[in-house]
Design a protein. Sequence first.
Lengths: 242, 370
Amino acid sequence: MNNRKKIIGVSHLVKKFGNFTANDDLNFEVFKGEIFGFLGANGAGKTTAIKILCGLSSPTSGTVMVAGWDVGKFPDRVKERIGYMSQRFSLYNDLTVKENFRFYGGIYGLSASAIKERTAYFLKKLEMEQTRDVVLSKIPLGWKQKLAFSVAIMHDPQVVFLDEPTGGVDPITRRQFWELIYETAHQGTTVFVTTHYMDEAEYCERVSIMAEGRIVALGTPAQMKENYNARTMNEVFVKIAR
Amino acid sequence: MRKLLYILQKEFTQVFRDKAMLPIIFIVPVMQLLVLSYTATFEIKQVRLVVVDHDHTPESRALITKFSGSSFYKVTDQVEQYDRAADLIKRGKADQFIVIEPQFARNLVIEQNANIQVITDAINGSAASLMSAYAISIIGDYNREIIVGMTPLAGQALPISVQPSFWYNPELNYITYMVPGILVLLVTIIGLFLGSMNLVKEKEIGTIEQINVTPIKKYQFIAGKLIPFWVIANVDLAIGLLLAFFVFNIPVIGSVGLLFGVASIYLVAILSIGLVISTLANTMQQAMFISWFFLVIFILMSGLFTPIESMPHWAQILDYANPVAYFIKINRMIMLKGSGWSDIQSEVVILAGYAVLLFTFSIWRYRKTV
């Protein structure tokens, strides 16, 4: 593990909202091409942390290095190098598939030909070529989530953050989604994913589990099951989060 | 720059794809101009007059005929008692009544002095003073005729003769005065509402979050939100000017280029106010209420309906901060008087100052972090 390039380095991250400490001294590292599961019950502080990692929020104290830059100091440098898919679906429902790709490609500074080429590539991979000129509001949720993921990695980021990407998605689409995640990680993009589905946690290379603003466990799913004497990640989660 | 073009392309696509938006942008302003220009008038025609004639002589009837012959008056009732007339006013069936005293004709001839009482419903003060002035002028006319009738030379003997001449709007046409102001009103409404709704809509549906994780520069995003509506409002102004010319026969006497130049500066200021509201509000509802708050104050204080000169001193001072007041003044000057750059430059400089200040403030206020 240690000979792989470090993509995310968090040390002593603290985030306070008034008296409430949402993130209490977080320390972890994530490496190139890794699928890192970021787990925790609702309100454990996952979304706060992910927002800090993406430069949407600044830490109260501590250092957060992402893709070689300090997020607190150079948020835009970091933003060029990461992809993000939020909990809420946040592509434009009133634009077509092609227009969404074109807009985000344009914002990330891709050339017109690169935008065309990447759009064609993703649509072919998702077998969604026929939806190219359909507005997003007419496309089913599962397909939209796969599109949102594709748009998030369109500019070939070093790391992509997925905040509960498969919420409300059917099991078959969920499986297809994870195939996309594997493929992306295999190509060298780090995947940082939060989820409430513990079967998905099993697919991660390493997972961390948060409770009350702290990381209470971190390791491979196999190590965790052994440490907590559990058969599944679900049991691990229930033991810790309780 | 290339990124800005992609943002503009997206914004224009969204505006023109929204089926509800097109009528709002292009039909509503036309309706506003056509309807408001005819209705926003203080002229009072057809005052409903009740007459209480206690005299019933040819002289009293001649006076009543003078009222009924005026295009401003409609004699709706003749009653015998004062109380009946007062009751008609009270119930809103009449606007004014006159009481002709008994012995009116006799007093005129013998005493050379007779009284007429004029009573006006003064709930609306400015309307009441107009109606009162009408009545006094009609009675004054009648007075003069009587004097001339009794001493034939008196008519020619008036030493000063007044020949008023009204510049820039010789027919004292109210529409001519209102149209330039209403043009400002409609581009202001379009600018302020579109400016304040658009960004906050992205907040409400959550798409802003995706934008905020991109390396987009704040000025690029704000400019991308401003330019489309700036173009649209200018197009609206062009449509309005064409309507003013073809429907109301009001040409732009001054330079059309100068007018659009000023409008462009003004619209940056108005759209920036909208964008500032947008960055402060979290929902479209909040943005709507804040926009209304500013819009109502700006417009009521703009001199559109009531002259700024007749406002109290403190309100006139406040109006230095009202961009709408500047542009209404400038637009009337350019359209009706043909004023040039040198006549309006100080106002334009102030507007430009506002535009720069507000645009910068909206960029600063827009937060890519939560």
